[in-house]
Write a protein of this length. Structure first.
Length: 190
């Protein structure tokens, strides 16, 4: 008779109950559960990252540019000062959106490493290399910033959009708490 491990004899329902208790009593964290027991890569950044990185800036620049062009082509009376104001806003907004969209990254967790991508290239960063995890408070969508001990491909700071979640502005996003916990655990272990 072949040997069957104890884990194989437990039904899926019982496994789920066991893991729920382990998570509830803070024996393991939800992210640690996913990494250790499911062995998969977990997307940490929002699924809307591509929209905020590529689509929104293009739409804003095209729409605002068309409005600015309309003001300059058609001679509306009494709008000479307003034309210059709108043109400066277009240039300033375009520069800001370009800068902001370049900073945004896609971040996934795989084991004890972060996989960071900008849709063109990818870099792997060990969790122990992260010095600090912060988030924006009054910014929508919430941004999470990871400060690194040593600069990587994109400098010493990785910025990504947190998954959308309805909560009070001054509360920490659960992902920030989870990342801080995992980083502390990893740094204590090494």
């Amino acid at each position: 008779m072949p040997e069957v491990s104890l884990v194989e004899n437990i039904s899926d329902f019982n496994k789920a109950q066991i893991f729920r208790h382990l998570i509830f009593y803070n024996i393991i964290s939800p992210l640690q559960f996913v990494l250790d027991y499911e062995g998969m890569e977990k997307l940490l950044s929002s699924k809307l990252t591509y929209f905020y990185k590529r689509v929104f800036p293009a739409m804003w620049i095209i729409t605002f540019g068309a409005g600015t062009l309309f003001l300059w082509i058609y001679n509306c009376e009494g709008t000479s000062l307003f034309k210059w104001f709108v043109l400066v806003c277009l240039l300033g907004g375009s520069i800001f959106l370009r800068w902001f969209s370049e900073k945004l990254k896609v971040v996934s967790l795989q084991g004890e490493q972060l996989v960071v991508s900008d849709y063109r290239s990818e870099e792997t960063i060990p969790l122990r290399q992260i010095e600090e995890v912060t988030e924006t408070r009054i910014w929508n969508p919430k941004l999470i910033k990871l400060r690194l001990n040593r600069p990587g491909r994109w400098g010493d700071e990785i910025v990504f959009i947190a998954p959308i979640r309805f909560q009070f502005i001054f509360l920490n996003h659960p992902l920030v708490k989870e990342l801080r916990h995992m980083i502390q655990t990893t740094q204590r272990g090494s």
